[in-house]
Design a protein around this ligand. Structure first.
Ligand code: AMP
Length: 162
């Protein structure tokens, strides 16, 4: 059987154990983000891995571009600054240093895969909501990441508070 060269195999009291060295956790800054970071952080501590956290600010020009002829730059700046504050708060709660926080602009699935590749991470952690009906057909960020990523992807099941 072929074992991925990206996974280090350690021997722990006779048991083979896979250890990740660098983990990228992607957060949408919603109410489930702290839980996703918490899970990735515990995993990183257990594996002795470095943790990086990423949020992608989606450009309004992609979301509304073409449909509404408007200059979105000041709203975009405001969204970016708010995202920076939220990301800082979430990371500071786990003592994740600034050099391991990544705020980028673009489509989440593309940016997550590109940053994972730039940082040479061996695991990406994303949240995954239970999806029903039309949402199943539209797909999810977690699916997109899985298709773009060149490393392992862990989807943490999250439940939105009702
Ligand atoms: P979704 O498919 O949009 O429900 O998102 C599922 C997961 O994808 C989230 O829990 C995050 O891990 C990741 N994600 C979604 N949007 C973003 C974003 N803008 N930046 C970074 N990660 C995101």
């Amino acid at each position: 059987m072929n074992v991925s060269p990206k996974l280090a195999i350690e021997t722990d009291r006779g048991k083979a154990r896979m250890a990740y060295k660098k983990i990228l956790v992607a957060v949408d800054l919603g109410e489930t983000s702290a839980g996703v970071i918490d899970k990735a952080h515990k995993l990183a501590l257990g594996q002795g891995a470095q943790i990086h956290v990423l949020h992608a600010v989606e450009p309004l020009s992609i979301t509304y571009g073409g449909d509404i002829p408007m200059d979105f730059s000041s709203i975009q700046d405001e969204i970016y600054e708010q995202a920076r504050d939220q990301l800082s708060r979430l990371c500071a709660a786990k003592a994740i240093p600034e050099s391991q926080r990544h705020l980028v602009v673009g489509r989440p699935e593309n940016e997550i895969a590109a940053t994972a590749s730039d940082l040479n991470v061996d695991l990406i952690v994303v949240g995954s909501h239970a999806r029903f009906g039309l949402a199943l057909l539209l797909g999810s960020t977690a699916d997109g990441v899985l298709h773009h990523a060149k490393c392992d992807v862990l989807a943490v099941r999250v439940a939105e508070a009702s």
